[in-house]
Ligand binder design. Structure first.
Ligand code: ATP
Ligand code: MG
Length: 562
């Protein structure tokens, strides 16, 4: 769960070292070509961001090239919608590719490679059923058995493979397999399947093919065709590397180097497209881009800036050992970035009316509010102030405990960027609910201080009633309440029932109506919020993150600094 300390310089890692060593030794002609190869069967998630930053980042640093390639060989699960979403997400992260490619564009070439393997006696058509193939494969402790079809002659294999391609057989009737070694200790080397029959239209090649190459066959050859030098993938492919190498050696083609690194495993979420799709299909989230999803589109909608994701990926580093990263680490990167980049704004989530009795009726003044109190260069904006205001309901208590330094009967507080006010009376309705506070302001205290230097501890956010705009706030929290949801019998049981709280009757300062979707502001004292990309009858703001670090510190100090 550890996270490396912040680094000004990119940290080195074993892959960067290999790349630098190869470049220095002029291996591959001194070139670096990487690729990011998603399968378009879902939306990209934060785990993919790690692979994207690694592949595109290395190419960028070393003057190399990086392709975006769709590994689209499972027509049943893939779609153009997914491919488009992936393109958008990679761009959003700030990367551009040398070439945008689809493994399906290589179908003809891959087919020719398969024919070449058959001709060389290195592949055969197997007519065992899927179950029998599995049975013949053996186990980790027992060797497999040769298929009875392993001895088919080249001509027979060529003929059958042609007929497979021409659609003469049903799904599953035959497969094409590599002829390697049924007794190999590595099960992946026990005559793996190269081609299977699928009478399914493909989202790009349509009905042109009814046989589709497998991942292992497609992947290494696509890398080779594109002149990839370093093929970076996650650790689960380590056992596939001998096969990757075998195909390329058997065909005598350009041979990229496969290097594996550890997947990102992040607590309190799921980094698997297949599992995320279940949440979407079950309707427990509002689509792939629900702001609680760890997808790049969800994070964008939530208001997380790409810079925070880059920072996170840099800090977690690249290793060869699987480990868990705490969600706190990502949240810290998001807060750091937003603290730096998000301008301030005023909003009141649960409004309570305040009337300033000694303020002129109908009077309006423009208060000067800093866009970023830590950075005068960010400038100021005008906030209208008038006789009727709204403050946060929980900033008032009729009978406050000792350490409550906000507003209470007879207490004085500072309204940020404005005046000191003192509560003089509490108005209630028939049910005893507080509906309004009657207050007085001190005209000497404009800007938040007085000549007598008297102490006012609480500083509240506020909005002018006549100028504030109605808005909806969606308060998001972690989607899961356990560290590893996939360890539960049913992931649905691990969902955090409070991952979304909707506040329909919020108020925001008028300038927020112009906020661009996904662009984050710091709502003073409340957290970071971004305008939603889709909204109904009123503007919607998604809470990106609370200011929790600040709150945690405050509660330790007994709320002294409020
Ligand atoms: P998923 O299980 O979510 O579908 P995948 O590995 O099957 O993941 P691909 O679309 O095949 O998804 O992945 C594209 C690239 O992203 C691969 O090179 C893969 O290794 C990498 N990748 C996927 N998930 C992670 C992760 N959690 N951490 C790092 N890299 C990842
Ligand atoms: Mg995959």
């Amino acid at each position: 769960m550890s996270m490396k300390p912040p680094a000004d310089e990119p940290q080195t890692n074993f892959i960067r070292q290999i790349v630098e060593r190869d470049l220095a030794a002029n291996k591959h002609g001194g070139k670096l070509v990487t690729r990011f190869p998603p399968e378009p069967n879902g939306y990209l998630h934060v785990g993919h961001a790690k692979a994207i930053c690694l592949n595109f980042g290395l190419a960028r640093e070393h003057n190399g090239l990086c392709n975006l390639r769709f590994d689209d060989t499972n027509p049943e699960k893939e779609s153009a919608e997914y491919a488009e979403a992936i393109i958008k997400d990679v761009r959003w992260l700030g990367f551009d590719w040398d070439r945008l490619l689809y493994a399906s564009d290589y179908f003809a070439q891959l087919h020719d490679c398969a024919v070449e393997l058959i001709r060389a006696g290195k592949a055969y058509v197997c007519s065992l059923s899927a179950d029998d193939i599995r049975r013949y494969r053996g186990t980790l402790t027992e060797p497999g058995k040769n298929s009875p079809w392993r001895g088919r002659g080249v001509e027979e294999n060529l003929g059958l493979f042609r007929r497979m391609r021409d659609g003469e057989f049903a799904d599953g009737e035959h497969v094409l397999r590599a002829k390697i070694d049924m007794a190999a200790p590595n099960i992946n080397m026990r005559d793996p399947t190269i081609y299977r029959i699928r009478h399914t239209a493909h989202h790009r090649s349509g009905d042109r093919w009814c046989i589709y190459p497998t991942y292992d066959f497609t992947h290494c050859l696509s890398d080779s065709i594109e002149g990839i030098t370093h093929s970076l993938c996650t650790l689960e492919f380590e056992d596939h590397r001998p096969l990757y190498d075998w195909f390329l050696d058997a065909l005598g083609v350009h041979h990229p180097q496969q290097i594996e690194f550890a997947r990102l495993q992040l607590t309190h979420t799921i980094t698997s497209k297949r599992q995320l799709k279940k949440l979407v299909d079950a309707g427990v989230v509002d689509g792939w881009d629900d702001p609680r999803m760890p997808t790049l589109s969800g994070m964008r909608r939530r208001g997380i800036p790409p810079a925070a994701i880059h920072d996170f990926c840099e800090r977690i580093g690249i290793t060869k050992k699987d480990s868990w990263i705490s969600m706190d680490a990502l949240e810290t990167c998001v807060r750091n970035e937003l603290n730096r980049s998000a301008p301030r704004a005023m909003a009141v989530l649960d409004p309570l009316k305040v009337v300033i009795d000694n303020y002129p009726e109908g009077g309006v003044e423009e208060m000067e509010a800093a866009n970023d109190p830590n950075n005068p260069a960010a400038g100021t904006r005008k906030l209208p102030f008038s006789r009727e205001l709204y403050i946060e309901r929980d900033d008032f208590m009729e009978e406050p405990p000792k350490k409550f330094f906000r507003l209470a009967p007879g207490r004085e507080v500072r309204l940020k960027y404005a005046w000191y006010i003192t509560c003089e009376d509490v108005v209630k309705n028939g049910d005893g609910e507080i509906t309004e506070l009657r207050c007085r302001y001190d005209p000497e205290s404009r800007g938040g201080g007085t000549a007598d230097g008297r102490k006012v501890r609480g500083t509240l956010h506020w909005l002018s009633a006549a100028h504030a705009k109605r808005a909806e706030a969606r308060l998001y929290d972690r989607l899961f309440h356990v560290e590893n949801p996939l360890a539960c019998d049913d992931v649905m049981d691990a969902l955090n029932p409070e991952s979304l709280v909707v506040r329909r009757d919020c108020l925001v300062e008028p300038s927020l109506l112009d906020a661009a979707p996904g662009h984050c502001r710091q709502f003073e004292r409340l957290g970071y919020f971004a305008r939603d990309s889709a909204e109904g009858d009123r503007p919607v703001f998604n809470r990106t993150m609370t200011l929790r670090d600040t709150w945690a510190k405050l509660s330790k100090q007994g709320a002294k600094k409020e």
